[in-house]
Design a protein around this ligand. Structure first.
Ligand SMILES: [Zn+2]
Ligand SMILES: [Zn+2]
Length: 322
């Protein structure tokens, strides 16, 4: 990301208050300072000038007693906003036509990845580094018409399984079914205590956070009803398109979810967060996350933990197969 930002500062970027430009200048300043303090005033000014910042509540005004958002939530929103904003900024727009010169289309972004699959369109430079390609299959629950679209994830929000309740609840809930299959199914109102407990390992939570099924109330373009639409997010068949950096937001909101992060919960000396894992694709577009053991299988990519907590970054491990 630092390299993409620094090289962006050498391009003719027309955007005012471009965060990627300012991040690039800041990285260069920090490198030149060799450990001395730097003032991030230009970056802060550009950040404050972005109209989305206020809407997202990302400015922490001092003396704002009414504000009750936890810092952990703020930093995760900041992480997502920054990656999304900088990813779009990393593609330069076309130069508009003037009276003397025609409109100049942007040159296609260069491929930054050594093993980039052939025939796949090259994405914006930062997207090549951080974006996970996914597909969303929407099924209208009224007319059963399905539609598919490409979606990209700059950040993966970890989603925790809802605890199985001992008594019937009134709302429908989604639950992870089975430790191995990691598919989500809509459990009808009653989630009974004799159902299997959802898997709560890091691998199970990560795979069900990437590939998941949700319900939304949306207008259907086919039957024209405002209806329930089932949306299933899957990984595309070409797992080699996994990015070299995977960013996860911890998304812990309750004491119960925090308890899942406690080291030693499963057995003495066990740790929740994996320092390395392999991510691959399962049948039907599912995601498989596993502890590296032996040779990586075809299409599996190995990631290594770099930063924690609240947001985790994983980079391609040395023995990554992708
Ligand atoms: Zn820029
Ligand atoms: Zn419909």
């Amino acid at each position: 990301m630092r390299i993409v930002a620094k090289s962006h500062t050498f391009e003719a970027c027309p955007k005012e208050n471009c965060l990627l430009c300012e991040a690039g200048f800041l990285f260069r300043m920090l490198e030149d300072a060799r450990g001395m303090n730097c003032q991030a005033s230009n970056f802060s000014r550009a950040f404050g000038a972005n109209p989305q910042i206020a809407a997202l509540g990302l400015i922490d005004h001092e003396n704002d007693a009414a504000k009750s958002v936890a810092y952990a939530t703020l930093i995760q929103t900041f992480n997502r906003f920054l990656l999304e904003c900088m990813t779009s900024e990393s593609t330069l727009p076309a130069i508009p036509a003037t009276s003397s010169s025609p409109r100049i289309p942007p040159s296609p972004p260069p491929s930054l990845l050594k093993n980039a699959p052939a025939g796949v369109p090259v994405k914006a430079p930062l997207a090549q580094v951080v974006k996970v390609d996914a597909q969303s299959l929407s099924t209208c629950q009224n007319c059963s018409v399905t539609s598919e679209r490409e979606t990209g994830l700059n950040v993966i929000d970890l989603q925790y399984p809802r605890r199985v309740r001992p008594c019937p609840s009134l709302e429908p809930s989604f639950q992870v079914v089975g430790a191995r299959s990691l598919t989500l199914s809509l459990s009808r109102p009653q989630a009974m205590s004799n159902e299997p407990q959802p898997a709560t390992s890091f691998s199970a939570i990560l795979s069900s956070s990437i590939v998941r099924e949700t319900m939304a109330r949306l207008p259907c373009s086919s039957c024209r009803q405002n209806t329930h639409v089932r949306i299933r997010r899957t990984l595309p068949s070409d797992a080699a398109r996994l990015p070299p950096v995977l960013t996860l937001n911890a998304g812990v909101r309750t004491a119960e979810e925090l308890e899942l992060w406690r080291d030693g919960r499963e057995k003495d000396g066990s740790r929740f967060v994996l320092s390395r894992f392999r991510l691959g694709r399962a049948k039907g577009g599912g995601a498989v996350v596993k502890v590296p053991e032996g040779e990586a299988a075809e299409g599996e990519v190995e990631y290594e933990l770099r930063v924690r907590p609240h947001s985790l970054s994983y980079v391609l491990g040395s023995s990554g197969a992708g």
